[in-house]
Design a protein around this ligand. Structure first.
Ligand SMILES: [Fe+2]
Ligand SMILES: [Fe+2]
Length: 217
């Protein structure tokens, strides 16, 4: 896209900077996994191909809300854990570098979401609501992978059940979602039938944590 645009424009400079940042982040996380003697987790068929298709179908504010779901939730969790002294210093360092550099991506994505929504028709707003609600649900799924319990030597079924019903884990996630949830609510991006996605993701669309719903699939 940048190929078609004026290389003197600040928006183009920003797009190139963010691309460069993300290239370095992939390298940084790849090196971290290697340094820890681990292997990355592979996505399943559906998620892997969703990652291929989404960039082709998302347009306008939906692009940014999808990016915010991906970036802000991890950012909140990284902020909450990067000072934890039980973590290896290398992991903490990588997290703090990522938090610092993501701050400008998040700010830009939020500002451009507001700008684009102002001049979008109603159906674009509805599509953005759908993307962000489905994204929230998806993210809750990918935050805990069965494989991670297996590698830790735990019984996968038991560990997943314990995690789903763990009030502390649920509260921690609800807090991780809160900063983004309140921004989206201010922009009118949480509402209508898509509220059901937020409930299914165990995040109350109005900002209080959903009561424990018991094990779900
Ligand atoms: Fe990143
Ligand atoms: Fe980013």
């Amino acid at each position: 896209m940048t190929y078609e645009q004026d290389p003197t424009k600040r928006h183009v400079h920003y797009a190139l900077t963010e691309l460069a940042d993300e290239c370095r982040h992939m390298t940084m996380f790849g090196r971290l996994i290697e340094a820890l003697g681990e292997r990355p987790y592979k996505q399943g068929f559906v998620l892997h191909n969703l990652g291929r298709v989404l960039p082709l179908v998302l347009r306008g504010p939906s692009v940014w809300v999808a990016a915010l779901i991906g970036e802000e939730i991890f950012d909140s969790i990284q902020r909450a854990t990067m000072h934890d002294e039980r973590l290896q210093p290398l992991v903490r360092q990588v997290m703090s570098i990522h938090v610092i550099e993501e701050a400008r991506h998040i700010r830009y994505a939020r500002e451009d979401t507001v700008r684009r929504l102002e001049r979008s028709p109603w159906w674009v707003r509805e599509l953005s609501r759908l993307v962000v609600g489905a994204g929230a649900l998806l993210l809750q799924t990918v935050l805990a992978r069965p494989e991670m319990y297996k590698r830790a030597g735990l019984d996968v079924r038991e560990a997943r059940k314990a995690a789903r019903t763990n009030a502390h884990a649920r509260q921690f996630r609800a807090e991780g979602f809160e900063r983004l949830r309140s921004f989206l609510a201010e922009q009118g991006l949480i509402g209508g039938p898509t509220r059901v996605f937020w409930h299914l993701a165990h995040v109350h669309p109005d900002g209080t944590e959903v009561r424990l719903l018991g094990p779900s699939t």
